[in-house]
Design a protein around this ligand. Structure first.
Ligand SMILES: Nc1ncnc2c1ncn2[C@@H]1O[C@H](COP(=O)(O)OP(=O)(O)O)[C@@H](O)[C@H]1O
Ligand SMILES: O=C(O)C1=C[C@@H](OP(=O)(O)O)[C@@H](O)[C@H](O)C1
Ligand SMILES: [Mg+2]
Length: 188
């Protein structure tokens, strides 16, 4: 629930506008998104989970069997469908920002970049086996290369939150709730 009185009018002011979380793998989009949705009384959706439902396969299986290009097509298809709804917090996949068409859907709502340091991403993702782009790669180097290629796209978000390394998911959600009013137009 929203405890800060300054944020208590936020659900009203948002008026159902979707919130899209973007950022690198491990930045906490899926985890924080659930906290944020609960705080706002929104529904939570995760494009990766929707893709898995559509394909009947895990993300890793799609990458291995159909390839990344097919995954990206499914990602755009799922995002297009999701953007028809409202009152959603949507955790996206880290690469959703690469396809220009996706921005036309993301901009139906407000886009929030969870900006997390590479060392913190490495800590969180060490041992992870569910992210095919990180398989068979030196983790820190791969994340650094991906971030270098992607940061200019993440920076197109409506709101950038630089997340301190010790912030728990609930605190990240609170930080978003505190920051959102500052970017809301009066007519939104
Ligand atoms: N604020 C946080 N503090 C500590 N661990 C976190 C935080 N946010 C996410 N995590 C952990 O990091 C990992 C990746 O989080 P996830 O939400 O799946 O990221 P994303 O969806 O951005 O790839 C998970 O193990 C999750 O529990
Ligand atoms: O960064 C990426 O290109 C990807 C991120 C993953 O989602 P998370 O960002 O939730 O890990 C998932 O969509 C897929 O493995 C590709
Ligand atoms: Mg995720």
């Amino acid at each position: 629930m929203i405890s800060d009185p300054q944020c208590s009018t936020l659900p009203h002011r948002l008026n159902g506008t979707n919130l899209y979380l973007i950022g690198m793998m491990g930045s906490g989009k899926t985890t924080t998104g659930q906290e944020l949705a609960a705080a706002l009384g929104y529904r939570f959706m995760d494009t990766d989970r929707l893709i898995e439902q559509v394909a009947g396969q895990s993300v890793s299986e799609i990458f291995a069997q159909a390839g990344e290009a097919t995954f990206r097509q499914l990602e755009t298809q799922v995002l297009a469908e999701v953007s028809c709804y409202h009152h959603l917090v949507v955790a996206t996949g880290g690469g959703i920002i690469l396809e220009p068409m996706n921005w036309s859907y993301l901009h139906h709502g407000l886009v929030i970049w969870l900006k997390v340091s590479i060392p913190n991403l490495v800590n969180r993702l060490a041992g992870d086996t569910t992210r095919p782009l990180l398989a068979h790669a030196a983790l820190a180097e791969k994340l650094t290369t991906l971030a270098q290629a992607r940061n200019e796209f993440y920076a197109q978000a409506d709101l950038t939150l630089t997340i301190a390394d010790n912030l728990r998911p609930r605190q990240v959600s609170q930080a978003i709730l505190t920051a959102l009013p500052k970017i809301l137009r009066d007519d939104i």
